[in-house]
Design a binder for this molecule. Sequence first.
Ligand code: NAP
Length: 270
Amino acid sequence: MKHIDKGIFGPWAVITGASSGIGKEFARQLAASGINLILVARRLSLLEEIGEALAKDYTIAYRAIALDLSQEGFLEKLTAATHDLDIGLVVSNAGAANPGLFLSSDPDMMHKTVRLSVLAHLDLAHHFGAKLVARKRGGIILLSGMGASQGVPYMANDSATRAYVLTLGETLHSELKQHHVHVTVLLPSPTYTPLFEQIGFDASSAPLRPMTTEQCVSEGLTALCDNRPSHVAGALYRMMNRLTPHSLFREMNGRMLHKVVMQKQRGAIT
Ligand SMILES: NC(=O)c1ccc[n+]([C@@H]2O[C@H](COP(=O)([O-])OP(=O)(O)OC[C@H]3O[C@@H](n4cnc5c(N)ncnc54)[C@H](OP(=O)(O)O)[C@@H]3O)[C@@H](O)[C@H]2O)c1
């Protein structure tokens, strides 16, 4: 678990996608640093449950806000619900994955993905970035994913959104560092969460074991404190990301995803 300075990144943090997986673990590690939480996702009952437990365990305050980040107008609702709070950190984490053949994918679903995985990051970084610059300290963590630089066949739209987030975050990192605002893009390598299971990967036959949310988040918070522009979680994946030629990386992931997509299609037919 990584502890961070609540004088810089507190007293309040916004976490999107806090009802599950990596976002839920961000909530736990930030609460352990004594930072109050604004928990955002669609499932309010889960957010309330998580907030209540963390408030009890770490004596922090929380607000649970039910929002669909793929809907227009989410930012107005979020700002109205948080305008009275001094926010020092934004973890823009909510995301989804929809592997499949690009040409068979529903364009409406792909547009929704772009609203969630591109526009929501953009709006959050723009709105809270200005506030953090005005207070001259704080941070933003944007969740991208491995494959952001190389692309992942059978997740064409998803991996394209990750490329956007990587570029947005790395460039903002340079723009905001003079204002003492840290911006870090976290690229999780495969991490055990409901999303990992939903994609349909067989963890037991993966070339490397998926990592825990605890390790992924603790690496992300360390990278934020060090003010790194981006960080691939997991040492082996980091090395692989650096050393593997893009074409080979794409080919390997494409083969793995093709198998998953075909298995899902067969499952849907039988
Ligand atoms: N796990 C991995 O291996 C992996 C790898 C690469 C990148 N990532 C990225 O890491 C981030 C977290 O993923 P995870 O693995 O922790 O997934 P997860 O356990 O499925 O959690 C996803 C979170 O996003 C929220 N969310 C989804 N759609 C939303 C919407 N329209 N509006 C508001 N909230 C929404 C979900 O909450 P509700 O359903 O309650 O709304 C949930 O809290 C994602 O951006 C994902 O792309 C994960």
